[in-house]
Design a binder for this molecule. Structure first.
Ligand code: PLP
Length: 420
């Protein structure tokens, strides 16, 4: 029998290899404060969720106020102001043309909802379409449907037989964009898919792989021409990460369906939304109850989470937040620049506030031994960085300082000397 100190089974954690867990007692801004008195710079925004900083006072006070008023209510047959106001505000900031908001509670469920909306749409208008087209190296979450539309590999090898088939097009690596577009065109023509699902501009867990906005624009055009629904998974890219509030803006694209989560509450509470165009809602709007969108979870549109998200949106309305995100993008560019000519690294890249670089090693891939070694090295330097194999990326909250970034990038250089 395994022996562990705690009965908790942690996510993405091999407990047989895991050393002592770091216990965090408090967090503020870009810093985590541990039980043993350390201050750790959160250089990955606690799995990409914290945007304005941990425990932002405006979000905290919105949560406190709402928690004492109405903290949970069934969301079928009932509604509440935090959800109504949030939905109205979301539609103001989201790409123009998205008209309806469906609430759920994580990035994975927002993707499940998107897939069900797309399949339900075709079913309800009387067309048999079930094929979903996806991009190689994608990641959309860990529920069965979300795994099915993600890349097959380490994360889901054990569940392969349960996953449904999808059609995959190649990642548009630099110089090979036309092959991606041709593959999408061919899939749209030959398979008459229900939808194309894509992470816009940057594939996160697949290795922080970046591609230009014009490819996203071209992919949307191809889907439009073939009447294939275009689903943008902005779970990671949303809320300023790529340099605009949503990545689709840079490609001038309004998706048919869009998924937002992570930074939706500024990273304070779990909440997700799936936005869609009116015709998708319209295909489910009927006196026939068989055409109902049968999806819910107990905590759908939890009022406290909605209040946190509303407070997040207040912050985005202020120029301060936009300026801070823009200034982080500029600071990140200055910090990553010297690595472009550093022979120890390759594929040095940036998209908005996110940077990534691959340490040259003899073994690559997510399971490369170098990953945990790097992570331990950074932890010893009081930095929260979680490389994806030999890919190191930096995605801090927007309040991180230039001095913090200096510390982060100095450690990356030192890690290359110590470990590569
Ligand atoms: N989609 C994308 C693009 C993601 O990056 C993630 C998580 O990293 C998800 C979906 C799943 O989100 P969650 O972990 O909240 O279920």
């Amino acid at each position: 029998m395994p022996t562990t100190k705690s009965p908790i089974w942690h996510p993405f954690t091999q407990h047989a290899l895991q050393g002592e867990m770091t216990k965090v007692v408090r967090a503020d801004g870009a810093y985590l404060h541990t039980a043993d008195g350390r201050r750790i710079i959160d250089a990955i925004s606690s799995w990409w969720v914290v945007t304005h900083g941990h425990c932002h006072p405006h979000i905290v006070s919105a949560i406190q106020e709402q928690a004492g008023k109405l903290n949970q209510i069934i969301f079928a047959g009932y509604t509440h102001d935090p959800a109504e106001e949030l939905a109205a505000q979301l539609l103001k900031v989201a790409p123009r043309g998205l008209d309806y908001v469906f609430f759920s509670d994580s990035g994975s469920t927002s993707v499940e909802v998107a897939l069900k909306m797309a399949l339900g749409y075709w079913h309800n208008i009387g067309q048999q379409r079930r094929c979903i087209v996806v991009m190689q190296h994608s990641y959309h979450g860990d529920t069965i449907g979300a795994m099915s539309v993600g890349a097959r590999g380490v994360f889901n090898a054990a569940y392969g037989p349960l996953l449904f088939d999808v059609t995959s097009i190649p990642f548009p690596a630099s110089g090979r964009e036309q092959a991606t577009l041709a593959a999408l065109e061919s899939a749209c023509r030959n398979e008459v898919p229900a939808a194309f699902l894509v992470e816009p501009l940057i594939l996160g867990a697949g290795g922080m792989l970046m591609y230009p906005a014009w490819v996203l624009t071209a992919m949307k055009r191809i889907c439009e021409a073939s009447d294939v629904l275009f689903i943008a998974d902005e779970v990671m890219t949303g809320w300023g990460r790529t340099g605009s509030l949503f990545a689709c803006e840079q490609a001038n694209v309004t998706p048919d369906i869009a998924c937002y989560s992570k930074g939706l509450t500024g990273g304070a509470l779990p909440l997700a939304v799936t936005l869609c165009r009116a015709h998708i809602f319209g295909a489910h709007y009927s006196k026939d109850r068989m055409r109902t969108f049968y999806h819910s979870s107990s905590y759908t549109a939890n009022p406290v989470a909605c209040a946190a998200a509303k407070a997040n949106l207040d912050l985005w309305w202020h120029r301060d937040s936009r300026e801070r995100a823009a200034s982080l993008a500029a600071m990140q560019e200055r910090a990553i620049e010297p690595f472009r000519s550093d022979a120890r690294f390759e594929n040095v890249r940036r998209s908005g506030t996110i940077t990534a670089l691959d340490l040259k090693t003899s073994d690559g891939g997510y399971l490369a031994d170098i990953g945990p070694k790097l992570q331990a090295f950074f932890n010893d330097r009081n930095l929260l960085l979680r490389p994806l194999g030999n890919t190191i990326y930096v995605m801090p909250p927007y309040c991180v300082t230039a001095a913090d970034l200096d510390e982060i990038y100095a450690a990356i250089g030192d890690a290359a000397d110590a470990l590569a």
